[in-house]
Structures are given as structure tokens and as C-alpha cells.
Design a protein around this ligand. Sequence first.
Ligand code: NAP
Length: 258
Amino acid sequence: MLLTEYRGSIMFELTGKTAIVTGASRGIGKAIALKFADLGANVAFMHVGDGEKAEETVKELEAKGIKAKAYECDVSDFEAAKQLVADIIEEFGEVHILVNNAGIVRDGLILSMKESDFDAVINVNLKGTFNMTKSIYQHFMKKRRGRIINISSIVGITGNAGQANYASAKAGIIGLTKSVAKELGSRNVTANAIAPGFIRTDMTDGMPEKAREAALASIPLKRPGEVEDIANTAAFLASDEASYITGEVIRVDGGMAI
Ligand code: NAP
């Protein structure tokens, strides 16, 4: 066998699969969508804002020779999420992979944190993950296969001053992931979480300079993570090679939370 053939055979392969990625018009979600498309998967993704950015992403995905479609939908709206998943199943046929990536931050010490900031972060990050999981649940059960990949955060493991809402939501996602793994394991559905550390995106670009410096100083690998670092892990978890991994939380953080 030629070395190139051998190399080809060990690459993750998602040809013929369809993935839903929440929040993929930019950042980590976009990198995951592009990586999945590179590996042959069709991609349906959701966004709430900038329709132009979403359309740009659709074009980039289609250029890789797969089917792609963007849907405007707020994951925190249960009925909207349910309808959206039904629409995607109708449009694409079977769905094989769900990536719950959509997330927001509303940072502040509890002393000054508004109730609405707590609720908004829980509703998008945690309830959005529940809404999407519940909406795809029966489809995966019936097909007796499926992959759920939830984007948590290392602060869901460690906690973080100024992020009580976000850390609670991300810790909740870990509990949700493990529960889903136990509920759906007998149906050949896996559920895993990725806990990113400090990844360069719009979300971290918006951090105060002091907080960014402190975060960078605490990373043993001495660099921020790139969106591709998370996308590569998601690709592995979606692949056949990860079929015996479920209920796991994989830190992708350059050692930040060791
Ligand atoms: P980002 O650049 O701010 O992108 C967030 C994405 O989520 C956008 O595509 C946004 O859509 C979408 N979104 C936000 N609210 C939504 C809603 N209600 N319904 C549907 N989509 C919604 O963030 P990111 O840095 O890529 O983060 C992606 C995920 O990784 C988040 O869950 C975040 O908590 C997690 N994470 C990030 C880091 C990091 O260092 N960056 C670290 C740990 C965990 P629009 O483009 O339409 O606004």
C-alpha cells in the first residue's frame, strides 16, 4: 500500500453524514462546520444575527462540494428549535451529528450581575443545548445512531470570578451531556462535551486587556487556542473512530485547567 493511501485511510471520514451546528456563522462553530465539510459532511447551521455572514459561510461550505444551509433561529426558544430540527430533517433527510455550540457571555461579579444577565446566559448556553437535544432525541433513537457534541468550557469545571452565569451554564452542559450519554447509550448515540480554554474568537477579543493577559499567562502551552483546535476535536468525536467514547469531557485548553 502506498503511504498516501495509508494516510488517507486513517483520516476521519464524514462523507454522507449530515451535521447540525448551532451558531456557525463565525468563531468556533464556523470552524467546526468547515472541518466537517472538509471531511464530507453536509451542514445545516443556525445563527441569530448577521444574515450576510451566515450566507458567506454557506458559500464557503458549498465550495467544498457539500450541501449547506443557514437557518435564522434562537436556540433558547424551545418551539423555534423544535420546528427548526423538523425542517432540517425534512430538507436533509437523516441527521447524524448535532453540535451544540451557540453561546453568549454577560460577565460581571454577582454583586453587580443583573438577573436578566444570568437568565440570558443560562437560556442560550444551557437551555439552548437542552432544546436542541430534545428536538433531535427521537430522531436519533429511531435511527439507532447519533452523535451529540456539546461545547462547554473549562470554566464549567473550574468556575470563574465574574462569570457565575456562564460557569453555571457550562457546568450544567457537562451534567446534561453525561445524562444524555446514559439515556441514549443503548440506542448507539454518544454524547460528549468539549471544554475549550482561551480560544481566539470575537468572544475573547471582547475581553478587557488585563483579563486577556491573565488568561494567556496561565496557559502552559503559552499561546491562545485557535478555532481549528476545537474543530479537530469535534471532528474526532463525530467520527467512527470515537464510537466507544461517551459521557466524556475533553479539555482543549493548552493545559490551562490542569
Ligand atoms: P462567538 O464568536 O461569539 O460566536 C457565537 C456563535 O453563537 C455565533 O455564531 C452566534 O450567532 C451564535 N449564537 C449566539 N446566540 C445564539 C442564539 N441565541 N441562538 C443561536 N445562535 C446563537 O463565540 P465563540 O468564541 O465561537 O464560542 C462558541 C462556543 O464556544 C460558545 O458556546 C462559547 O461559550 C464556547 N467557548 C468559547 C471559548 C473561547 O475562548 N472563545 C472558550 C470556551 C468556550 P450570530 O453570529 O448570528 O450572532
